[in-house]
Each structure stands twice: as structure tokens, then as C-alpha cells.
Design a protein around this ligand. Structure first.
Ligand SMILES: Cc1ncc(COP(=O)(O)O)c(C=O)c1O
Length: 399
């Protein structure tokens, strides 16, 4: 049976594979500590759920405009105006089924055969797969653990060729937790502007930044190259709404109109009830976002302290998102595991702890721990992880 060529160019989401394995084991009655999940463990805030109930009670259950209800488009524009001082109009925003669809629509709208699209690695795998789905070619610029996986403008600019059509920046970055600095982004934007290259920013973790550091990426891009910028955001991580599927893209009217046309033949509007809930999330009190961030910070610090007991699990505290990205190459070097996939498989089989191997993010030798789980799980999971490492690579071998 012959499938279309594009199916052989794309592999299914490796991060979702971990989730599926954990699901299967749990259904078989196996108790697993899940450090794989890339989603908040918190409940969606009560007022957001109430808005959805209200929408149902009022039979708000029909098709909406493809780009989203006006109320929600206004709420998104107002949120970005309030948070970043940027000005977007209703025809410059589309509501999508998660940030994933915002990025996908954008890739299909902007990129095509023969185009190169630069992004930074390690990366969230969907970004490169979407570039390929658009028949374009991903060009990877490596970031490095030594400087916290910082994104350097020079490295990005050095990768630009006459075929470069776009640059995708993810900040905070999944899996590294790194933020791009405003000055580095400004330097990238200068080159993009001079060479008419699109800049797409994946801001899905924008509300999960631990310190009060400057991160007004929309403001920088509005000043430098607004006409070449698409901002993709999401309610998933900030408001604990992953299952509701609501994201958005903000960009030039022409780009958004093309995205709307695509989406009109793909999925039409985002679920009507979800849209009403998202209005509440964006316009209501932002206190739940802060409360969740405060809790993630505590978990990050505690997890880091626990893991520091084993210096061969090399990691830094991430600046954003909720992942600890750990260099395990020192452990791999001695314990007979060839790859971090082997390591993650054995950790799951023997110790019942699920982590995502670095290969999923083009970073062999690493594992990613999501700390979007309870402190209790983090404590028990780290205990098991440390015991696993000690068993397979006893410290005495280093004496
Ligand atoms: C970097 C990054 N961007 C975008 C998304 C998309 O999330 P959603 O489609 O739920 O908004 C994710 C989800 O894991 C992500 O990690």
C-alpha cells in the first residue's frame, strides 16, 4: 500500500509517545511516575470552567466565524496590548486549535518548496516537522548547555542564505527553558528586516518565566519588523487548558487572512465553548497564572536541589517553562547504555519513572523531566532516578 510521500518525511510526535506509553502502563495497572507530560497538572481555573458551563447553558454550541468570535479576538489583542504595549487589530488575529495549529497555519502560509527556515536546536519537534509539512527545509542552529542554551543572533544570522524565508524562535524554549534576550532578538530582526525574512515567535510558555527579566519580544519585533512578524500563543500552558485546544496567531492582516482561508478548509473554528472559556482566561483575574508559576518555581528549585546530589546529572535551573533538561552523558559513558533512549526505556521498565529522552529534541545525551507534577511525585521520582543511576553507574567507579 503506497501512502503519500509526505508521510515518510514526518515522524509522529516523540513527546506524545511517552504519554501514550505511560497511559498504557497505567491501564495495565502499573504505577508510574510521569515526568514526561508537557502539560500543567493543575485544574483549569474555576472562573474559566464556569464560563464554559455558561456557554453550554446558553446553547452557544454552533459554528462560529473561522477566525474566532469577536469577543475573543478582542481579548487576545487587549492582552498583548496590556502585556507588551503592541497594537493588533481584529483582522490581525486568528484563534486556532492550540498554539500548534497557529504555528502550522503559519508554516503553510509562509513557507514552501525550496525555502529554508532557520530554528534553534534542541527544539520542540513539531516546529521542524511543520516546516517539512510545508515542503520547506529546516536549518538548525545549535545552542549549548555551557551558556544555558542561549540563542545568539550571530549564529542565526550566519545560517542565513539567499533561500532563507523564515526564522522561528521559541522562547521560553521547550525543552531547554532558555529565553532569547531582547537584544539578540533585535539583532536577528534587523537582518530579517533587511533581507525580507519572516520571523515567527512561539510564545506558548510566555507566562511561565521565573524571574523578572525583560522579555518583550512582541514589542521588539513591532518596532523592528512588524510586517514580517507572526506571534503564536496559547492558553494551554498559562491557564492549564491543554485539552481545551485554544491558541492564536497575531500578524499582518494578509498573513492572517491566508491562515483563515486554510483553517476554513481544515478545522473551521475552535470549539465554541472553548472560545468563551478563553475569553474569561484572558480577561479575568490573572492571579491563578501567578499562583501556578509560584508553585512551578518551588518545584523547580526543589527538584534542582534533589538532583544536585548526583553531579553526573548535569542541569541548570531553567529560566522559563517547566522542564529540567539534564545532560546525562557522564552516566551514559560508564553504565553500558548507548543512548538516552536506552536510559529512558530502562528507567521506565525498572524504576517506573517516565522521562523524555533527548533524542526527541535532537539532543542525544540528555533527558527532559517535566516538573508539572506534584512535589510528592518529584520527590519519589528523583529518589528513584538517583537510585537508578547509582545502581547502573556506581560512584565508586569514579574513585
Ligand atoms: C514549544 C511549544 N510550542 C507550542 C506548543 C503547543 O501547545 P498547544 O497546541 O497545546 O498550545 C507546545 C506544546 O507542548 C510547545 O511545547
Amino acid at each position: 500500500m503506497k501512502l503519500a510521500d509526505r508521510t515518510s518525511r514526518i515522524s509522529s510526535s516523540p513527546t506524545m509517545k511517552v504519554t501514550a506509553t505511560v497511559d498504557r502502563l497505567r491501564r495495565e495497572g502499573v504505577e508510574v511516575i510521569d515526568f514526561g507530560a508537557g502539560e500543567p497538572d493543575f485544574a483549569t481555573p474555576a472562573p474559566v470552567k464556569a464560563a464554559a458551563h455558561d456557554a453550554l447553558d446558553h446553547d452557544f454550541t454552533r459554528y462560529t466565524p473561522v477566525a474566532g468570535i469577536v469577543e475573543l479576538k478582542r481579548a487576545i489583542c487587549e492582552r498583548y496590548r496590556h502585556d507588551y504595549g503592541v497594537d493588533y487589530k481584529e483582522n490581525e488575529v486568528i484563534v486556532t486549535a492550540g498554539g500548534k495549529q497557529a504555528l502550522y497555519n503559519t508554516a503553510l502560509t509562509l513557507f514552501g518548496p525550496g525555502d529554508e527556515v532557520i530554528t534553534h536546536a534542541p527544539y520542540w519537534p513539531t516546529l521542524t516537522e511543520q516546516i517539512k509539512l510545508a515542503d520547506a527545509t529546516p536549518v538548525l542552529v545549535r545552542t549549548h548547555p555551557e551558556d544555558g542554551f542561549a540563542i545568539h543572533a550571530k549564529a542565526i544570522v550566519d545560517a542565513v542564505t539567499p533561500r532563507t524565508r523564515g526564522i522561528i524562535v521559541n522562547s521560553p524554549c521547550n525543552p531547554t527553558g532558555a529565553l532569547v534576550s531582547e537584544s539578540e532578538l533585535a539583532a536577528i530582526a534587523d537582518v530579517a528586516s533587511a533581507r525580507h525574512i519572516w520571523i515567527v515567535v512561539d510564545l506558548c510558555y510566555e507566562k511561565l518565566i521565573y524571574d523578572d527579566v525583560p522579555h518583550n519580544l512582541p514589542g521588539v519585533l513591532a518596532e523592528k519588523c512588524r510586517d514580517l512578524t507572526v506571534l503564536c500563543g496559547s492558553s494551554s500552558k498559562a491557564y492549564a487548558m491543554t485539552g481545551w485546544r485554544c491558541g492564536w496567531a497575531l500578524g499582518p492582516a494578509k498573513v492572517i487572512a491566508a491562515s483563515v482561508a486554510l483553517q476554513s478548509h481544515e478545522t473551521s473554528n475552535v470549539t465554541s465553548i472553548t472560545q468563551k472559556a478563553a475569553v474569561e482566561a484572558l480577561t479575568g483575574s490573572q492571579a491563578p497564572v501567578k499562583a501556578m508559576l509560584d508553585e512551578y518555581r518551588k518545584r523547580r528549585d526543589q527538584l534542582h536541589a534533589w538532583l544536585s546530589a548526583e553531579p553526573r546529572l548535569r542541569c541548570r535551573k531553567p529560566a522559563g517553562a517547566f522542564y529540567m533538561f539534564i545532560d546525562i552523558s557522564d552516566v551514559l559513558a560508564v553504565d553500558g547504555f548507548r543512548t538516552s533512549i536506552d536510559f529512558a526505556d530502562a528507567l521506565l521498565q525498572e524504576s517506573r519513572v517516565a522521562v523524555t529522552p533527548g533524542e526527541a529534541f535532537d539532543a542525544p545525551g540528555f533527558i527532559r523531566i517535566s516538573y508539572a507534577t506534584s512535589m510528592e511525585n518529584l520527590k519519589e521520582g528523583s529518589r528513584r532516578l538517583l537510585a537508578f543511576v547509582q545502581k547502573h553507574a556506581p560512584k565508586t567507579t569514579y574513585a
